[in-house]
Write a protein that binds this ligand. Structure first.
Ligand code: ADP
Length: 476
């Protein structure tokens, strides 16, 4: 819960930091840049006017071609138009004309410390113009020249406050834009909520459910991006865990069942013998049955131990080079008795007289035993089981084929599972544990080889697996 909240809070915090810095940038950089720009623009415009005045009225004045009053009159008009004060001053600083006050010849005004080079290269200065003003002014000046000599200056002053005011109104537009942008970027927040936050919340909820053991919890994230992929992977993981949990439960149920039935019958027979229900002369027969049941329990325990060992440390193989045909013949021979009972014939179609393979002999014997045992169990009376070997590109392919009851299509994938017995075989084959094929496959896989089954219900089954041909086989 806390993690979820902070993610959202962090995003909103980031969002406000973004807004704050936006404001700071506008209030400092943008404000400075705008003011600088407006000042320059104003200075340029005023400079043009000042030059114009310097070249016309002012130089006329110095050449005595016009009167002070006429020029004053002209400049007054221009003063209003530019909303600025226009001065004409001598290089010494003596005021010749001031557009903002009437012509006064008696009361001479001299600007102390006037220094036309103060602007150091540029044509304007910002300040109180040598103490002439109380407020900050932008002062632009243009020299009045005649006969290549500077006779005076036209100076135009405009208050910085006016420029600042227009700068502020421009800045206001920037602030409004910033607010609009800020609101528009709320869209990102909405996207974030939709694309990241809500799916993530679903995923977190799901993981909480899984963590509390509810592996069947289902959730839906319908996006095709990384988050959708994460959700799909997570839900796949959960379903796999759920499946393996189910398998585990089934496994335990099967083990319990398979142990209970022989134990029940052993108990039953022993009790019956003890209380005399079974007369002493019949004891031998029933003791044999009990022995059979204990054998079955031993087999079951051994199989379980084998499987468990495979699980924990993989299967340790004791690989040797041995002759495969002999193993096949020996195993087939060991089933002679059972085969005779059902009058089943085992046909061997083996390539060559000898074929050497590199494998764990004991385990491969067990594979043949399991496959032949099944083939005989699920064959009809008077049928033939065929064992065939084929050598191809350094591998021997071994096939065990029967024409028995076959395996239903839906069961084909399941027969390799531990404890799997088809419904048909549960009835017929009371001795089967459902572990044989699972062990068989583990053995073949441990050799790095494969085993496959081809089967049609009612027609028969064929199990095919491969083994590596031994190197010494080439030398023989
Ligand atoms: P079991 O020890 O019970 O035979 P297996 O793992 O060897 O267990 O076999 C699992 C199931 O696969 C059997 O119960 C049976 O339904 C099916 N099966 C295996 N081999 C054959 C076969 N040759 N013909 C038909 N069904 C088979």
């Amino acid at each position: 819960m806390i993690m979820r909240k902070t993610l959202y809070l962090k995003f909103i915090l980031g969002y406000f930091i973004f807004g704050f810095f936006g404001f700071v940038v506008v209030a400092t950089f943008v404000s400075n840049m705008t003011l600088e720009h407006l000042k320059r623009e104003k200075a340029d415009a005023l400079y043009e006017e000042a030059t114009l005045v310097a070249m016309t009225y002012a130089s006329d004045l110095y050449n005595s071609e016009t009167s002070l009053d006429t020029v004053k009159h002209q400049l007054d008009a221009l003063d209003i138009y530019l909303s600025s004060t226009i001065w004409i001053i001598n290089p010494s600083g003596r005021m010749i004309l001031d557009s903002s006050s009437p012509v006064n010849v008696e009361n001479e005004i001299v600007i102390e410390n006037f220094d036309p080079t103060v602007s150091s290269g540029s044509y304007y200065t910002v300040g109180n113009f040598f103490g002439s003003f109380d407020e900050q002014m932008l002062s632009v000046f243009s020299p009045i020249t005649s006969n290549f000599k500077v006779r005076g200056y036209v100076v135009i002053h405009t208050p910085m406050s006016a420029i600042q005011a227009s700068c502020n109104s421009l800045l206001n537009i920037s602030y409004i834009m910033l607010v609009i942008l800020f609101l528009l970027s709320l869209i990102i927040l909405i996207f974030f909520t939709e694309i990241v936050y809500l799916p993530l919340r679903k995923i977190t909820e799901a993981t909480e459910q899984y963590a509390s053991g509810n592996m069947h919890y289902e959730f839906q994230v319908d996006s095709e991006d990384e988050i959708g992929y994460l959700a799909a992977t997570l839900s796949y993981m959960a379903s796999e865990i759920a499946r393996s949990e189910d398998d585990q439960k089934k496994f335990v149920a099967n083990v319990s069942h398979d142990f209970r039935s022989p134990l029940t019958s052993i108990k039953g027979y022993l009790e019956a013998m003890l209380d005399g229900t079974i007369p002493p002369e019949m004891h031998e027969k029933y003791l044999n049955i009990v022995l059979n049941e204990t054998e079955r329990l031993t087999k079951l325990t051994n199989s379980l131990l084998t499987l468990n060992n495979i699980n924990t440390k993989g299967m340790l193989l004791d690989r040797t080079d041995f002759e495969l045909n002999r193993i096949i013949r020996d195993t087939a021979a060991s089933f002679e008795g059972t085969c005779r009972q059902k009058s089943i014939a085992i046909e061997l179609l083996l390539t060559g007289d000898f074929i050497y393979v590199n494998a764990d002999m004991g385990k491969i014997q067990q594979v043949f035993y399991n496959l032949l045992d099944n083939a005989i169990k699920f064959s009809h009376q008077d049928s033939v089981i065929r064992i065939e070997t084929n050598e191809k590109s350094n591998k021997v392919y071994i096939s065990v084929k029967d024409s028995g009851i076959g395996i239903p299509k839906d069961d084909l994938k399941l027969i390799w599972n531990r404890f799997y017995k088809s419904d048909a075989s549960r009835g017929k084959d009371k001795k089967g544990t459902g572990l044989g094929l699972s062990i068989t496959r583990e053995i073949i896989h441990a050799h790095g080889e494969h085993i496959n089954v081809i089967s049609t219900e009612g027609v028969g089954s064929e199990f095919i697996f491969s083994l590596p041909v031994s190197d010494i086989d080439d030398d023989i």
